[in-house]
Design a protein around this ligand. Sequence first.
Ligand code: CUA
Length: 351
Amino acid sequence: MLNNFPLWPQQASTLAAHVDALYIFLLIVTGMMAMLIFACLIYFAARYRYRPGVPAEQIEGSNALEITWSAIPFLVFMAIFAWGAVVFFKERTPPADAAEVYVVAKQWMWKVEHAEGQREINELHVPVGRDVKLIMTSQDVIHSFYIPAFRIKQDVLPGRYTVEWFRATKPGVYHLFCAEYCGTQHSGMVGDIVVQEPAQYEAWMNGGSTGPLSASGEKMFGELGCSTCHRSDAQGRGPNLQGVYGQPVQLEDGRTVTADENYLRECILDPGAKRVKGFQPVMPTFQGLVSEEQVNALVAYIKSISANKPAGGAKTSASSSPPREPDRIQAQANVKVQAPLNAQPSTSQVH
Ligand code: CUA
């Protein structure tokens, strides 16, 4: 009977057991406190009830008692805080070599694009046992990408990227919910997370791909004219983007930022906001000219020409170390940059 009435969703990711353990601990602590309070309430109500002719007795405070009931809850709360922080950091820190999947939310569907180029709607296929990082944005209102069986939930916002990650542990089909009210069909904004054995997943992956996301990004990079200014020989009017991803960037206003996905995205849509030191404000905005999917492709391409991030997601993410020098040059040769390739590409060419 309990099978038909599960108390909570299946545990299908590496995070699930950690979240559940903390949650069960909280339930036990609060449940015990509630029972203790009710027991005291009932006992004292009976024990010190009004009796005719017996005057009320004045009771003085007790330091020992007060210190005890302050110190014990303090320790319990600090334990909950520390435990919660450990689980939180685990959940908020995607492993560096995770396979990357781009998610675009809109009223009322989830559009998914794998780094290898597979596109899906309201479905996400992943292999069992691999770290997967979701890079998510919305093209209209706030949504939330919620997979109960994985115990992860993250708001998906217009105008920026948010990230969540998981490693599925059991093949199966799991619910995907939108967990942020986003309009009349919010309740219908659901989907399936399909977790497959690696062989099955490879077979699915190889069916009908349109080529890697970074390749469409590279094509767009040429078509939109990005490549005329962002040249790889440091002679362009814009910064050389090779190797820029994940590196610190010095800005004209003196700040230093890290060239993460959100920075690259902002530079495409609002180039004046964080202008790189030593460059003129000549870049036009691409706000309204490129779709969220196209921004994702451009970001994937810029990441693919960076040494510290192997091109593509899942297939190259088996090794956690950055590619060695010959591999990197090979990878750069493969993406056929418009301008002549430097003999020795340098990762420090960030101005
Ligand atoms: Cu999207 Cu609710």
